[in-house]
Write a protein that binds this ligand. Structure first.
Ligand SMILES: Cc1ncc(COP(=O)(O)O)c(C=O)c1O
Length: 396
C-alpha cells in the first residue's frame, strides 16, 4: 500500500511534482526494466524544479494542456473552504450520477481512479484471491494485488497487441474459485488499443455469474472509433461491472486527485469501507466544472488527436511503425531495446514512457503540446536514422 500512496499522494508544490517522477515503485521498475530502469528513475528524481520545468513531459499520459479556465475559476472560488470539514462540495456525486444516468448510490469517489483500482483490489482480493487481466496493461492493479499478498493471472496480448479476451474468459471460468475480479483496461494502457464493444459484451455474458468485472476507462474520452462504447450501461443492467473513470486525463487534473467508480449499489457498499474518502475541496468544484464544460473537453480531445495523428504520420514517414492508438499516447516500434533510448531522450530534455515487458522494443509516448511533440520528433530523428522500408509486421 505504501508505495502506491507515495506515488499518488501528489500534494502540490514543486518538490512534490519532482517527487511524483521519482517515486514510481522500484519493484515495478525492476520488473519492467531491471536495474537500468531503477537507475534512470533515480536520476530523474534528482532533477531540480527548473530542470523539470524544461522537460517535454511525455512519460505519464498526463494532459499537458492543463485544465481550462472554467475549471481553474471553479477551483479558485473554492479556496475559501479550505479550513472546513463540512462545506458545499458542488454536489459532485450528484453531478457525476446525472452525467451517467445513475443514482448517487452507484458512485464512489476516489483520490484518482488509482484509489478506485486499489479499493476494488482490497475489496475482492483479500484472502489471497487473484485478479485476472491482460499483460501488458496498467500494472498498478497487479502490483496492488501483490502488495496485499493476493495475486494475478496475466494473459499475454495477442501478436497484434489486442487482448486475448477468449482466453481470458476461458481461464476465468476454469479457475473461477481462485479469482476475485476480472480487470479490463479499455482502452488499454500501454498499447492505446480498444476492446471492441462486442468483445466486452462477450466478457460480460460469459464470465462466471457474479464475478466482478473492473473496467478501467481512464482514456475513454479520447476514443473516436464506433467499435468502442462505455460499459456504464452494464451497471444500469445490474451486472457486476465496476467502471473506473478519472479526471487526470481529459480534465487535466492529475495532481488534484479525483476519480470515481460507477457500479451497482451493492458493490459500491462493499467497496466503500476500503476507500479513504479524502478528496480535496478544490477538485470537487473543479470536477463539477469540468463535467459541465463539454466544449473544453472536445477542444482538448481534438488537439490531442490532431497532434497524435501528425506525430504518428511523421514517425511512419521516417520509417517507424506506430500502433494505432485511440488515446492520448501511442507506442512506436523502435527495432531495438527501449531502455537506453529512454535515457537518450532524457538527455535531450524529453521524458518518455518506461519499458513495458515484453514489448521491450516499443516506446510509449504521451501526446503533449505541439511544441513538445516537435521536440520529441527532433530528438527522435537525432536518435534514429530514417529507414527506407517500414518494419510493417513488427510494429503493427
Ligand atoms: C489505465 C489507467 N488507469 C488508471 C490510472 C490512474 O490514474 P489516476 O489515479 O490519476 O486517476 C492511470 C494513470 O495513468 C491509467 O493509465
Amino acid at each position: 500500500m505504501g508505495k502506491h500512496v507515495s506515488r499518488r499522494n501528489f500534494m502540490g508544490g514543486m518538490a512534490a511534482a519532482v517527487g511524483y517522477l521519482s517515486t514510481r515503485p522500484s519493484a515495478e521498475l525492476w520488473a519492467q526494466g531491471g536495474p537500468a530502469a531503477v537507475a534512470a528513475q533515480r536520476a530523474r528524481g534528482r532533477m531540480t524544479p527548473e530542470q523539470y520545468d524544461r522537460m517535454a513531459k511525455l512519460a505519464n499520459n498526463e494532459n499537458n494542456f492543463g485544465p481550462p479556465a472554467s475549471v481553474m475559476k471553479a477551483m479558485n472560488a473554492a479556496w475559501k473552504y479550505v479550513n472546513r470539514y463540512g462545506y458545499p462540495d458542488g454536489n459532485i456525486v450528484q453531478v457525476i450520477a446525472d452525467h451517467h444516468g445513475v443514482k448517487p448510490e452507484n458512485i464512489l469517489l476516489g483520490a484518482g481512479s488509482g484509489e478506485i483500482l486499489d479499493v476494488v483490489g482490497t475489496t475482492f482480493l483479500l484472502g489471497g484471491k487473484k485478479a485476472i487481466g491482460c499483460d501488458p496493461s496498467y500494472g498498478s492493479v497487479y502490483q496492488h494485488a501483490t502488495a496485499i499478498k493476493a495475486d494475478s493471472i496475466r494473459v499475454p496480448l495477442k501478436a497484434d497487441y489486442n487482448l486475448d479476451t477468449n482466453r481470458m474468459i476461458e481461464l476465468a471460468n476454469q479457475r473461477a474459485s481462485e479469482i476475485g475480479f476480472y480487470y479490463l483496461c479499455n482502452p488499454n494502457n500501454p498499447t492505446g488499443l480498444i476492446v471492441p464493444k462486442q468483445e466486452v459484451k462477450a466478457i460480460v455474458e460469459n464470465l462466471p455469474k457474479g464475478m466482478p468485472i473492473l473496467i478501467d476507462e481512464a482514456y475513454h474520452h479520447f476514443v473516436n472509433t464506433p467499435d468502442y462504447e462505455t460499459s456504464v450501461p452494464y451497471v444500469l443492467e445490474g451486472r457486476p461491472v465496476i467502471v473506473a473513470r478519472t479526471f487526470s486525463k481529459i480534465a487535466g487534473l492529475a495532481a488534484m486527485r479525483l476519480g470515481y467508480a460507477v457500479a451497482p449499489r451493492e458493490i459500491i457498499q462493499q467497496m466503500r469501507p476500503f476507500s479513504m474518502g479524502s478528496i480535496n475541496v478544490l477538485v470537487k468544484h473543479g470536477g463539477v466544472a469540468s463535467i459541465q464544460d463539454t466544449a473544453a473537453q472536445a477542444d482538448v480531445k481534438d488537439k490531442i488527436i490532431t497532434l497524435r495523428t501528425k506525430t504518428a504520420g511523421e514517425l511512419k514517414a521516417h520509417g517507424y511503425d506506430v500502433i494505432p492508438s485511440e488515446t492520448n499516447f501511442f507506442m512506436v516500434h523502435l527495432g531495438r531495446p527501449v531502455q537506453p533510448v529512454i535515457e537518450e531522450f532524457r538527455q535531450r530534455e524529453v521524458l518518455v514512457g518506461r519499458p513495458f515487458p515484453p514489448m521491450l522494443e516499443h516506446l510509449r509516448v504521451s501526446v503533449g503540446t505541439a511544441e513538445e511533440m516537435d521536440r520529441f520528433m527532433a530528438a527522435f530523428k537525432q536518435i534514429f536514422p530514417a529507414k527506407t522500408r517500414q518494419t510493417s509486421l513488427a510494429g503493427r
